[in-house]
Design a protein around this ligand. Structure first.
Ligand code: B12
Length: 220
């Protein structure tokens, strides 16, 4: 947690270079992405949430921290791909936040993990209305579509998104993630094919199991 707090303060100052040095030090210690995302960057952002909630920082500082974190994630992915040179596995995945949802950093981490496993990823970021999702999915024909939401009342979008996506001709697997999945049960919004992940550890386990394709057994 110490590193996460240290990172939170660098993010709040918008200090891209020192924030990167902190992450690079972890990389040089051979820490894997799951550790860097789950144990350093995510708790840093959650600490910023706590500081915001308790009026210890301004909205401007929170936004600066978010923008700096976004930079850090992009740089981390670039660095990782440069070092690893993973070959593509022929699988495709789309990543998007449901309509009105602005919290996208966790989704971005998930997309980067897929990337490390050799998936071709299309990362659409926040707030993508269903009609555009369907259009893009019809064109791309992804094996997987990942949805993210963080605000409880955005859960109402899950059912229509999942239904529309699962009935597309190529029948993609829908994976749902976001901070509320650790606290609540959302299975009722999906079908028996829908996958709900509480965190990136779940994602990594799923990716390990589906290295060689996404032929699916119900409940897997
Ligand atoms: C940064 C931030 C913002 C930024 C978001 C910018 C961005 N680009 O993401 C901005 C300023 C836009 C924002 C806005 C708002 N926010 Co805000 N925000 C946060 C903050 C501080 C950090 C979010 C974050 O990045 N966390 C780190 C990421 C990595 O964690 P994560 O999203 O949980 O992701 C993890 C997992 O869930 C998983 N995951 C996530 N998505 C996916 C997807 C898939 C497919 C998979 C497999 C996994 C996965 O992977 C990650 C690692 O495990 C949180 C505090 C917190 N506790 O999270 C509040 C927080 C989420 N926000 C909150 C609120 C209230 C709001 C606003 C309503 C404020 C307002 N009045 O305007 C708006 C709503 C905007 C909207 N319509 O969505 C509240 C929500 C409380 C509640 N009861 O619902 C929080 C908890 C702050 C608080 N403590 O009160 N926010």
């Amino acid at each position: 947690m110490e590193k996460a707090i240290e990172l939170a303060h660098l993010l709040l100052k918008g200090n891209q270079d020192d924030a990167w040095v902190l992450i690079e030090e972890e990389l040089n210690l051979s820490k894997e992405s799951l550790y860097i995302y789950e144990k350093i960057i995510t708790p840093a952002m959650r600490h910023i949430g706590y500081l915001w909630e308790t009026n210890k920082i301004t909205v401007a500082e929170e936004h600066l921290a978010t923008a700096t974190c976004d930079y850090l994630l992009a740089r981390y992915n670039w660095e990782k791909r440069r070092k690893q040179q993973t070959s593509l596995n022929g699988k495709k995945a789309m990543f998007l936040c449901v309509e009105s949802e602005q919290h996208y950093l966790g989704l971005k981490m998930a997309s980067q993990l897929f990337n490390e496993y050799g998936w071709e990823t299309k990362y659409h970021g926040p707030n993508l209305p269903l009609e555009y999702v369907v259009k893009a999915a019809k064109e791309l024909k992804p094996d997987v579509v990942c949805l993210s939401f963080s605000i409880l009342y955005h859960a109402e979008h899950l059912s229509p998104y999942i239904k529309a996506l699962e009935k597309l001709p190529n029948q993609p697997i829908v994976i749902v993630g976001g901070r509320l999945l650790e606290k609540y049960e959302f299975h009722r919004y999906g079908s028996e094919r829908t996958v709900f992940h509480k965190n990136l550890e779940d994602v990594k386990k799923w990716l390990d199991r589906h290295q060689h394709g996404v032929k699916f057994n119900v409940g897997s």
